[in-house]
Design a binder for this molecule. Structure first.
Ligand SMILES: O=C(O)CCC(=O)C(=O)O
Ligand SMILES: [Fe+2]
Length: 314
């Protein structure tokens, strides 16, 4: 079933992805660059209208778009040229508010007649309310406490604390592994003991896969190698990213992560910026499973070391 392409977008529609080109020639895509924070999107019909754009609240990304990059928008507005049909569907002379998942919320004619308030506030937790929450699955007790402790020992002793985690970068047409603290900082290793690996595999097969099949209606047929991770105090984090964005990992469907020592560190929670500010820190031995397509991050570890085991399923 194909979703039909709307000529005009309405509140509730998720903004389709588009390539954005800055006046400097720099180019990026809307979803890759700007998902995860609330957005103001303006299409001023004249340069004068662009100079009068209102100041966005802190934490809101403000983009001024047109078939050619509009000039005159005051800082912190960023101006981009985008596909003319995409711009036309927004309408001319308007300011859209979109949420952190790039879902359109409200359309206002420019110039604004009144001040726009802060982005739609996240409701306080109330036992009777359904809160907007990231589509993640938490499965308790996938690994027993003694297996978690054995994995930490294996990581620190048999695997000598692992290696600094690197990312794959393209340099002169060649793929290279490179440490990049602007993306992540942690240590990692593949397990070196076939017996311990077999025990993890068995636990995933009997406890995680049936739940994934039931909840997501997805039957796992392969997985990436299991990887042990350590996020040290003041030096462990993984900035917002998706897990299936480059051709070598495009096959991945779900990420699975098991916390090995929850409660022994502060920080290091998962957050899904497209789906609100909530933090996820499943108990020791529990698995957190989520689609590789959604933006996620591991917040900085402030005290202690967070240990985890992760893999990707397809
Ligand atoms: O820290 C983890 O458990 C997994 C972090 C993550 O998002 C990844 O490795 O892609
Ligand atoms: Fe990830």
């Amino acid at each position: 079933m194909n979703a039909s392409v709307a000529e005009h977008w309405l509140p509730g529609d998720r903004l389709p992805n588009v390539r954005l080109r800055a006046g400097s020639g720099e180019s990026m895509t809307l979803h890759a660059e700007f998902a995860g924070a609330p957005l103001w999107l303006a299409t001023p019909s004249t340069e004068v209208a662009a100079t009068g754009l209102p100041e966005p609240p802190p934490g809101v990304t403000a983009l001024c778009v047109g078939a050619s990059a509009p000039s005159g928008a005051p800082s912190p507005w960023q101006s981009f040229a985008a596909d003319p049909r995409w711009c036309a569907a927004l309408g001319s002379g308007v300011l859209w508010r979109a949420d952190a998942n790039l879902r359109l919320q409200e359309r206002h004619a420019l110039p604004l007649s009144g001040a726009l308030l802060q982005p739609v506030a996240v409701a306080a937790m109330d036992a009777m309310q359904t809160l907007q929450v990231a589509p993640v699955l938490q499965i308790p007790d996938v690994f027993e406490p003694d297996l978690c402790a054995a994995l930490i020992r294996h990581f620190e002793v048999d695997c000598a604390g692992g290696d600094v985690s690197a990312v794959l970068v393209l340099e002169g047409g060649e793929q290279k592994l490179q440490v990049d603290p602007s993306i992540k900082q942690r240590r990692e290793t593949f397990p070196r003991d076939p017996a311990i690996e077999a025990r993890m595999h068995e636990r995933l097969m009997r406890r995680a896969l049936p739940e994934i099949s039931r909840v997501f209606n997805f039957d796992v047929s392969r997985r990436d190698p299991l990887k042990l991770l350590a996020y040290p105090e003041s030096a462990g984090y993984f900035r917002p990213h998706r897990d299936n964005e480059t051709p070598d990992v495009a096959h991945r469907r779900f990420a699975l992560s098991v916390n090995l020592n929850q409660g022994e560190y502060v920080g290091g929670e998962f957050r899904y910026p497209e789906f609100g500010p909530h933090r996820f820190s499943p108990p020791t031995g529990a698995a957190l499973v989520f689609s590789c397509s959604i933006l996620h991050e591991v917040l900085p570890v402030e005290r202690g070391t967070r240990y985890a085991m992760t893999t990707f399923l397809a």
